[in-house]
Design a protein around this ligand. Sequence first.
Ligand code: MOS
Length: 721
Amino acid sequence: MTSRLDGPLKVTGRAKYGADHNLPGMAHGYIVVSTIAHGEIRSMGVTAARSAPGVIDVYSPFDPVDLRTPNTMFGETWVPLQDKEVTYYGQPIGLVVAETYEQARDAAMTIEVTYHERPALTSLWDGISSAEDAPPGFDGSPLTMEILAPGISSIEDTLRASPVVVEATYSTATQNHAAMEPHSAVAAWDSDGLTVYSGNQGSNLQAMELALALELDPSSVHAVNPFVGGAFGGKGRTSVAAFLAAAAARVLGRPVKVALSREQVFTATATRAATIQKIALGATADGSLIAIRHDAWSAAPMDRSFVEPASHSTREYYAAQNLAVSQKMVPLHIPPTTFMRAPGEAPGSFALESAMDELAVALNMDPIELRMRNDSTAPLGKDLLWSGKHLDECFRVGAARFGWAERTPHGRTDGDWLVGLGVATAMFPALRFPASVRVTLRDDDTAEVATSGADPGTGLLTVLSLVGAESLDIPPARVTPLLGDSALPPGGMSGGSTGTASAGSAIMIAAAQVIEDLQGLASSPGAPFDGMEVSYADGRVLADGRTVTFGELLRAMSRSSISAIGSSSPGEELTKHSFSSFGAQFCEVRVHRWTREARVSRMLGVFDAGRIINAKTARSQIIGGMIWGVSAALHEGLEIEPNGRLANGDLAGYLLPVNADISDVDVHFVEYPDTLHNTVGARGIGEIGTVGMAAAVANAIYNATGIRVRHIPIMIEDLLA
Ligand code: MOS
């Protein structure tokens, strides 16, 4: 149970986030955004802005900064001001740079924009008739597929032949990441190139995107982000603020800071796409699934740059003989969509796990029993067994811990409250990215573990020190972890729940190497153990009944340090097993008999995620995810007006849970280290905490009230009797 190492710096205000950097001669940029959703900019009247107090320059599609579209492993990232097309309301279309933020902002307000406006399509339901097939996922796998048992010709036939069928349509809302730290950047150029301070999920990825956008050698871009105020997928790509700050600073020859206002974060970054999902489940009378059909439509921006793959993970959930999943995208005049914590799995699990609850009701069966009856040993249509799966134990342990035995099919009452219990399965694939980490032993008997990635609140910084200490056999207090700097070896990107598995594997390799090198040094000519066979334990080199610490050895050899870089990539294991984390989500919801207010009074998540490196930060990660699930179920949803304007694109109108909305949260891990996946044995916990929870809430509401709500967020008006 190690407290996060960056905690004291953060709560005392000493942690320097991107926008906290103030450089000599720094100018301030303010972004101008569009006020239509679709059309072409005809003119931008910037004369008044240019002559406003303190204004240095104004950039627009008529007077652009020079940026190329970067294309990396995650595809193309849009860069602003390169053409006059507007495809969503709130699109960045200009930048005013002035001596102060207020001067830039005030001047921006004077800019008159005229447009050739065209009709906008902003509603997913309206656009569904113009849906297009979704391209393959980022790993190249198709998002539409059918797996049928021998002799079966169509999924519809199997559904028709199923003794029990449930079929329904579900929908999920557009969401914004709403990280505490708005997207911002400070950019400065010198003879070595560009330095950018900007919160991001991986500094080397950000440096690469900036290098491509500005046509620079990657080695001349230095991205710095040791502290990130939340990201959740919304800081995976380089922000408009960072592109504009870097480009303007180059033209102006002075540092530039650009920070989005909170309202701008809602449109000038990206969102989680709204989805519509149709599910049909066919089962035998005893609850064995015969057929699963899951068709999903996701809103997409007009450039079709991202699809929320809502039905994709359904093939992994349950054993069934027949499965058909499809994914369509619906291009709309809406802000860009992107990764958000469990992209695909979060909205997809709401639909699938609600449908499973409906099937349990139709079968008059306990919903946990239904899930266990259909437990799978491998993803459908794939021969590779899970490396480890203890979902049954998660449900068993969870049921006992949560008091599931007291549940009745129709809830119970407690005074004026209708009380219900709900469950859902959670799954998230266990992934790894290539990672490199440098481990250094220093002459003062301390060590350093360094990689470029980011800790946007995940606990990765603390995990680096713990895995480093374990690998070097010294106490964690003697290990200094470093991350958030593109000058460090590339690794530990905060995405896909991969940070610990990726960086941890590389640490173990680097530590083994540096220990081997240290032993070589110890037995080298003139060294304390000249010519001897040496071993290493407890931070010491041993031979001949004598020991020296690594610091003593380095001092004896007049060395200040010794270091090694370890690299690790996913490999052979992918041909041997399937890998996923699993969980059982439980919640108790109270719906007020008269006001119809729904409150989650208790929740429990039990997870099988391999080895847990740090119980405290792991629990925090999961709690955050579970709360997000409640938030998705009861609070969050962007309302897009017909003209594309976000009706609630600010923190006054976009509801997020506060402490008073969340009472008792319990987290438990069943710990089975997964060394088939990676040497550390950890499978990743960043995203799974949010998966399934929205369905668990909706299922508990059904249990309490008998009202099945098939969309989120669930509103009071949905629960009027
Ligand atoms: Mo996160 S949604 O894996 O960037």
